[in-house]
Design a binder for this molecule. Structure first.
Ligand code: GLU
Length: 277
């Protein structure tokens, strides 16, 4: 049965680090990013507002410096500073080939908690949409310390979804969707195509898994994202990022990935952000 997603007007697409780089080297996978830019530009050409939440700053910086492992916080932050501009340069290049302008928004937990900077961020997003620009968001990793950061872009993208009142969040990574158990460990694990309500048993199933050595989010952070986005009234999809052409297929209603249906209810986003770890 086809899903009805073509009417979505404001879409946030989160791309995990491992989906932007070559697994062997950690360097940017340029043809993939070009396809991503084309897909997103086309959504924009359809008259929709679209935001990319892109990970990859640390991974790209690490590869550029030829570092195998990052041991200290300052090493990670330096790599984020190096990688973020490289990432944005590539995004700008590909998006401009498709006639689009992009903008960089680096958010922090502290700025989200401050009412003034939060409302500045919302106003900036709105202005960018009205200018026809595609915002590209990441956490400002260079100034965040680990106990006070968002830490993963799954939840950050859901927070952005709630802030800008988007109606769809798509999480693209090396995790194809939700299974009844860990498919790597249990061959009988079944794929779940649609989740109408997120109950405790699903949360327990997600465990603390992380699928890759480049990103930080596992299934647990994706379900946390589904909870935030759903409460804010947005449907959420988890889908496989190995081929970014999946984006238009998802929007055309093909049953790929796992769809979490929105269940709008009162949710204290700021309390959540304050206590998230
Ligand atoms: N902000 C981190 C980066 O750009 C990624 C966080 C994540 O993997 O979710 O490297």
């Amino acid at each position: 049965m086809a899903r009805q997603l073509s009417h979505k007007q404001r879409i946030v697409i989160k791309i995990g680090s491992s989906s932007l780089v070559h697994q062997e080297t950690g360097r940017l996978n340029l043809p993939k990013i070009e396809i991503l830019a084309r897909e997103v530009a086309d959504i924009h050409n359809q008259g929709k507002d679209v935001v990319i939440v892109s990970s990859g700053a640390i991974a790209v910086g690490r590869a550029a410096m030829g570092l195998k492992e990052l041991r200290t916080l300052k090493q990670k932050q330096a790599c984020a500073a190096i990688g973020q501009v490289k990432l944005m340069m590539i995004y700008q290049k590909f998006f401009s080939e498709y006639g689009q302008t992009t903008a960089q928004l680096l958010l922090t937990k502290q700025t989200m908690l401050s009412e003034e900077s939060r409302s500045n961020a919302i106003n900036t997003f709105e202005e960018l949409f009205s200018l026809g620009v595609i915002p590209i968001v990441n956490e400002n990793d260079t100034v965040e310390t680990f106990d006070i950061r968002f830490g993963d872009n799954d939840r950050l993208s859901a927070i952005v979804t709630a802030l800008i009142k988007a109606d769809l969040l798509i999480l693209l990574s090396d995790i194809r969707g939700l299974y009844t158990d860990d498919p790597k460990a249990n061959p009988d694990a079944e794929f779940i195509s649609c989740v109408d309500s997120l109950d405790e048993s699903l949360t327990a199933m997600a465990k603390g898994s992380t699928g890759s050595r480049f990103g930080t989010g596992g299934m647990a952070t994706k379900l946390a994202a589904a909870r935030i986005a759903g409460a804010a009234g947005a449907d959420m999809l988890i889908a496989d990022a190995s081929d970014f052409r999946i984006i238009h297929r998802l929007l055309e209603g093909e049953e790929l990935g796992t769809l979490f249906r929105a269940h709008p209810h009162e949710f204290h986003l700021m309390d959540y952000i304050e206590h998230m770890s």
